[in-house]
Design a protein around this ligand. Structure first.
Ligand code: ADP
Ligand SMILES: N[C@@H](CCOP(=O)(O)O)C(=O)O
Length: 309
């Protein structure tokens, strides 16, 4: 990359779990974290979205830290850059902002450092930083991902295209993932763990065969996390009742919450969104689509030529 040239990193946000797929299922959504990057004399982040202004604008920014740590792991030093950053992903609401930031940092290291990492290597690095593969997998691959993590080892299967609408009901209050994980039990009795696994298996089979009614039923039956988190997310039950009545086939807590995601058949999302927004004016209700592409690095032709040398 030459002085003055620029590349763009675009990463979708995501919703995790879809009810019983705790720490394992992720779905990429069409709200994006976008970085415009050019070489500079020192590291600097310029926030183009108001919400991002809470984050450091120097080298201590999380995305730069992720990039430097990733590059270091592969024995590489990154040249400093100016990053202009904007985001459509609400922060700390259960819509995968931290996972998108991690993927952005890894893509930054990969491109700037000529690391040529495979998607599997990127996922392994991202999942070990985030602690679970669901959101990072969706942000990286797009579509629906199902993954299993053991330290740095991740097994993942991704599916595209997945076609249904997603309506996100986003409260104004934040809920940090670590706080929402603190209310979960350390252990489950064997018989309950077996039941919880079976519910998750049926969810996946139902989603992939298009049996949305059954998928919705499984979302509600989750035993892993939603029963414990309802204490922190008292609106879950109300959103669930209203949106099932208004045509959603399923409802789940988005990641660790507090956002609730409602799933509707293709084409039904807009009217569901309109109805829910009227019924819950205090919430930010968004009609979203599934991102099928995952993270992207977009470069100019001149920059591409230089980069491949
Ligand atoms: N664009 C960003 N730049 C830097 N850090 C970010 C960015 N987006 C998210 N983060 C980090 O992720 C944290 C939110 O993570 P988390 O509590 O898991 O919420 P979410 O559900 O949105 O992922 C933020 O407090 C911040 O530390
Ligand atoms: N499986 C995790 C997902 C956390 O997602 P986030 O978007 O809330 O960070 C969990 O349920 O804790």
């Amino acid at each position: 990359m030459m002085e003055g040239e620029m590349f763009i990193i675009r990463v979708p946000g995501s919703t995790a779990n879809l009810g019983p797929g705790f720490d394992s299922i992720g779905l990429a959504l069409n709200q994006y974290l976008t970085l415009e990057v050019e070489k500079a004399s020192h590291w600097k982040v310029e926030m183009l979205s108001e919400e991002l202004k809470v984050f450091p604008s120097d080298k201590t920014n999380y995305i730069i830290q992720v990039a430097l740590e990733t590059a270091k792991k592969y024995g590489c030093n990154l040249p400093p850059c100016l990053i202009k950053m904007k985001s459509e992903i609400p922060l700390t609401r259960g819509l995968g902002s931290s996972a998108a930031a991690i993927i952005a940092g890894i893509e930054l290291a990969d491109f700037l450092g000529h690391l040529n990492l495979s998607r599997e290597e990127k996922l392994s690095q991202a999942a070990s930083m985030e602690g679970h593969p669901d959101n990072v997998g969706a942000s990286l691959y797009g579509g629906l991902i199902i993954g299993k993590q053991d330290g740095e080892k991740v097994d993942v299967v991704s599916f595209q295209p997945i076609t249904f609408d997603v309506v996100a009901v986003i409260p104004h209050e934040e809920l940090e993932t670590k706080d929402s994980r603190n209310v979960l039990p350390k252990q489950l009795p064997f018989s309950e763990a077996v039941k919880a696994g079976a519910i998750s298996n049926v969810l996946v089979a139902a989603l992939l065969t298009g049996d949305y009614k059954l998928a919705g039923k499984m979302m509600k039956e989750d035993l892993y996390h939603q029963p414990y988190r309802t204490l922190l997310v008292p609106h879950l039950q109300e959103v669930e009742e209203l949106s099932l009545k208004e045509g959603a086939f399923g409802v789940a807590l988005s990641g660790a919450g507090p956002t609730v995601v409602c799933f509707a058949e293709k084409g039904k999302g807009q009217s569901l969104k309109n109805k829910l927004q009227l019924l819950m004016p205090q919430m930010d209700v968004r009609n979203l689509a599934i991102d099928q592409a995952g993270s992207k690095v977009m470069i100019s032709e001149r920059c591409q030529k230089y980069h491949s040398n």
